[in-house]
Every structure is written in C-alpha cells, then in structure tokens.
Design a protein around this ligand. Structure first.
Ligand SMILES: Nc1ncnc2c1ncn2[C@@H]1O[C@H](COP(=O)(O)OP(=O)(O)OP(=O)(O)O)[C@@H](O)[C@H]1O
Ligand SMILES: Nc1nc2c(c(=O)[nH]1)N=C(CO)CN2
Length: 164
C-alpha cells in the first residue's frame, strides 16, 4: 500500500465547494482511501500574484495505484471539476498535485516527486506539516520543517463562509 500526500487548491468560484468535491471524488475511487485531511488554509497567490487568494488543503491517502496512474486520477478530478489549463500558475477551479509518494524519488516526463516546488511553498508546507510534522523531503533528506522556516507567502486557517 502506498502512502501519499496530495495538495488541493482552488481560487475560483465557491472554493470550499471545489475542495470538498475534489476530496469526494478521491474518496469514491475504489483504489483510494482518504485517511486524513489538514485544516483548510486561505493563502496568498504564489507565482502569478495578480489573482484571487486560494484555499489550500493537504490530504493523506493510501492507494494501490502506481504514481503515474494516480496522476491520471488527479488530472481526471481536475477535469471533472471544470479546470481549464489556460495560464501557468494562473487561476483554477481546482488543482490536485502529488506531493510525496512513500519515500520515493520519481522523475519521468510527466511526473516529478517530490513535487518540484513543494519545499518553497508555505501553502503546501503548512498543511502538510500539520498532518505529519516529522516529514522529510525524500530527494534531499532535509526535514520539511526546515524548508518551512525559509519559505515565504502568507497562509492562515480558513473559517469563513462563502456563497457561489
Ligand atoms: N508531482 C506532480 N503532481 C502533479 N503534476 C505533476 C507533478 N509532477 C509533474 N507534474 C506535471 O505537471 C504538469 C502541469 O501541472 P499543472 O498544470 O497542475 O501545473 P501548475 O499547477 O500550473 O503549476 P505547479 O506545477 O507549479 O503547481 C502536469 O501535466 C503533470 O504532468
Ligand atoms: N496560494 C497559492 N498559490 C498558488 C497555488 C496554490 O494552490 N495556492 N497554485 C499554483 C499553481 O499550482 C500557483 N500559485
């Protein structure tokens, strides 16, 4: 059984609803068990800054799927929830990224694990460390806590309500 951490983000429309529906889609997959979810965080956009704030969450799953098959499931969930690939780092209804896959290091044309930019993104590190404070970056062996001390970007726990 593979233990995997996924990052889910949304900054268009009813962001909370998109996160919830993405997690439901994962839960309904016969080869995926969603084990734990972090708090939901409101986060300032990183990369392309002139866009709305995101909601971000990290979920821990167990799956028998290999990493490339799991990537296809993540992309299917994005498509089901209406994501269009328009601008890199731009606004999106929902984005599902694979952060860590066991303690593996994977580099193929379509998949890089650990996710290439995860260690510099507080919107990933804060929810991930909330779930598992002792995690280590599987490529560098450096504790993720140390990366979090150096990373930038504002994140705070989301408690608000919003309508669609
Ligand atoms: N660990 C990973 N998780 C998800 N996608 C990945 C991963 N590694 C490589 N990719 C590739 O990245 C491509 C682009 O992904 P996507 O459109 O979600 O990028 P983005 O969300 O705009 O930016 P970022 O990758 O910085 O989060 C995907 O088609 C996928 O093949
Ligand atoms: N705060 C925040 N910023 C981002 C996010 C995201 O999920 N949250 N996703 C991006 C592309 O993957 C680019 N920038």
């Amino acid at each position: 059984m593979n233990r995997v951490y996924l990052s889910i983000g949304s900054n268009i429309g009813n962001r909370m609803d998109y996160l919830t529906r993405a997690i439901e889609q994962l839960q309904h997959h016969p080869a995926i068990q969603v084990k734990r979810q972090s708090s939901v965080y409101e986060t300032e956009p990183v990369g392309l800054v002139d866009q709305a704030n995101f909601l971000n969450i990290v979920v821990e799953i167990e799956t028998n799927l290999e990493a490339d098959a799991l990537l296809q499931v993540c992309q299917l969930v994005e498509e089901l929830l209406g994501r269009e690939r328009v601008i890199r780092w731009g606004p999106r209804t929902v984005d599902v990224d694979i952060l860590l896959f066991n303690e593996e290091v994977i580099r193929t044309e379509s998949l890089i694990i650990p996710h290439e930019r995860m260690h510099e993104r507080l919107f990933v590190l804060v929810p991930l460390l909330e779930l598992s404070p002792g995690l280590v970056h599987s490529a560098t062996q450096r504790p993720l806590k140390q990366y979090a001390e150096e990373a930038t970007g504002e994140v705070w726990i989301y408690e608000g309500e919003e309508s669609s």
